[in-house]
Design a protein around this ligand. Structure first.
Ligand code: SF4
Ligand code: SF4
Length: 341
C-alpha cells in the first residue's frame, strides 16, 4: 500500500464527506458500446449502457485523462460498456504501464479477448470476465448471438493458459431471478480453473431486483459462498460483505471513495448511479470539480436501501467496519498458512 493510498483512506476515515476528492479507486468507462444484451445491464436510471451516447475519446486523450486520474489514486478499473470495443483499446492498454497504476482491473465480456491478449497481459493485473450463466441458450441470448457462450469460454481458456505470473482472473457473475439455479455450477467451474469468483445481485436502476429478496436460491447461493470462503476458497469479498449481499441490507454509502469517470472525462458527483456530472477532468482540477458538485447538487445524500454493488458496498464496509478488514486479512493469512477454517 502506498503513502497516497494511506492518505486517501485516512481522509475518508476522518470525514464522511471530505472537502476534496480523495478516491481509493477510479472507475473509467472507456466506452459505453457493447454488442451484448444482458438483461441486467443498467446504469443508475435503469438504462442499458449500450443505449447511452458514447463520446469515446481517441487514445492520446484517454491517456491524458488517465494521467490526470493517476495523480489522485493508485487503482484503476477500466470498464464500459465493453472496453475492448473501444476502437483504440490496444493503444490505451499499451500506454498504461508507463502511468504506474498499482494494479489495473479490466472488466470484459471476454468475446474479443484473443485479439487483445498481448496488451492486456502487459497492462492488466486483474482480468475480470463477466459470465453469469453456463446454460447455452441463456448465455447466448445474453451475450448477443448463437454460439457466443462457447466462443467466450474458449477465449477465457486461452487467457488462462497464457496469463503472465501475477495476473489473476476473476469470474464476475450477476444473480438474476433467471439464473439462480445455475450459479453453484458456475462457481464450481470457476474454482476448478483457479479463478476468483465474485457475485452481485441484479440491480434495477439502483435497487436489487425485487424477486431476489424472496428467492431461497439467492440466499442459498450466498450461504454456499460463505461456507466456501470459510474453507479458504477463492471467493471475492469479506464475510461481512457476503452477509450484506445475502441479506440485501441497507448500508451507509461512502460514494466519494470511488471516482467514476465517463468516456469523455466527465466526473460523476457523488456517484455514477445518480447520473450528475460535476465537471470534466480534462479541463478542470478534480478538487474544484468536487467543490462544484457540492455547490450544484448539494451534500452527499443519505440513501435508502440500494446499490449493493462491489464498489459501493465494499468501500462502505471497509470504512464503516474497519475490523472486517482485519478479519479478512487474518483469514487470508490463515488460509495461506493452510489453516483456513
Ligand atoms: S456485457 Fe456488460 S456492458 Fe455489455 S450488455 Fe452485458 S452488462 Fe451491459
Ligand atoms: S447508495 Fe451510494 S452509490 Fe448508490 S445512489 Fe446513494 S450515494 Fe450513490
Amino acid at each position: 500500500m502506498t503513502l497516497r493510498a494511506v492518505h486517501n483512506y485516512l481522509r475518508h476515515a476522518l470525514s464522511r464527506s471530505p472537502a476534496g476528492f480523495y478516491p481509493l479507486l477510479a472507475v473509467y468507462y472507456l466506452t459505453y458500446r457493447c454488442g451484448c444484451r444482458c438483461p441486467f445491464c443498467s446504469d443508475g436510471e435503469g438504462r442499458p449502457y449500450w443505449t447511452l451516447d458514447d463520446p469515446a475519446l481517441p487514445a492520446p486523450r484517454v491517456l491524458e485523462l488517465l494521467a490526470r486520474i493517476r495523480r489522485h489514486t493508485d487503482h484503476l478499473v477500466l470498464t464500459g460498456g465493453e472496453p475492448l470495443e473501444h476502437p483504440e483499446v490496444d493503444a490505451v492498454l499499451s500506454g498504461l504501464p508507463a502511468l504506474g497504476f498499482d494494479g489495473v482491473v479490466l472488466t470484459t465480456n471476454a468475446l474479443a479477448l484473443a485479439g487483445h491478449l498481448g496488451p492486456i497481459q502487459r497492462a492488466v493485473r486483474y482480468l475480470v470476465v463477466s459470465l453469469s450463466s453456463l446454460d447455452e441458450a441463456t448465455a447466448d441470448r445474453w451475450l448477443g448471438r448463437p454460439g457466443a457462450l462457447g466462443h467466450a469460454l474458449g477465449q477465457i481458456e486461452l487467457a488462462r493458459r497464457t496469463r503472465p505470473a501475477g495476473q489473476e482472473i476473476i469470474v464476475s457473475a450477476v444473480a438474476t431471478p433467471d439464473n439462480l439455479e445455475g450459479l453453484p455450477a458456475l462457481y464450481r467451474w470457476s474454482q476448478a480453473r483457479g479463478f476468483r469468483f465474485a457475485l452481485c445481485p441484479q440491480l434495477v436502476g439502483v435497487h436489487p431486483h425485487p424477486a431476489l429478496r424472496a428467492a431461497p436460491a439467492y440466499r442459498a447461493m450466498f450461504e454456499l459462498l460463505l461456507a466456501e470462503k470459510r474453507r479458504g476458497a477463492r471467493v471475492n469479498g469479506s464475510r461481512l460483505y457476503l452477509e450484506h449481499m445475502r441479506d440485501l441490507t441497507q448500508f451507509r454509502c461512502r460514494p466519494s471513495t470511488t471516482l467514476a469517470v465517463a468516456p469523455d472525462g466527465g466526473v460523476y458527483y457523488p456517484c455514477l448511479e445518480l447520473g450528475q456530472v460535476a465537471g470534466n477532468l480534462l479541463a478542470e482540477d478534480l478538487h474544484a470539480i468536487r467543490a462544484a458538485g457540492l455547490r450544484r447538487f448539494g451534500p452527499e445524500p443519505a440513501c435508502d436501501n440500494r446499490c449493493q454493488s462491489a464498489c459501493a458496498l465494499g468501500f462502505a464496509l471497509i470504512l464503516n467496519h474497519p475490523a472486517s478488514l482485519l478479519a479478512e486479512a487474518g483469514w487470508v493469512l490463515r488460509s495461506k498458512l493452510g489453516r483456513g477454517t
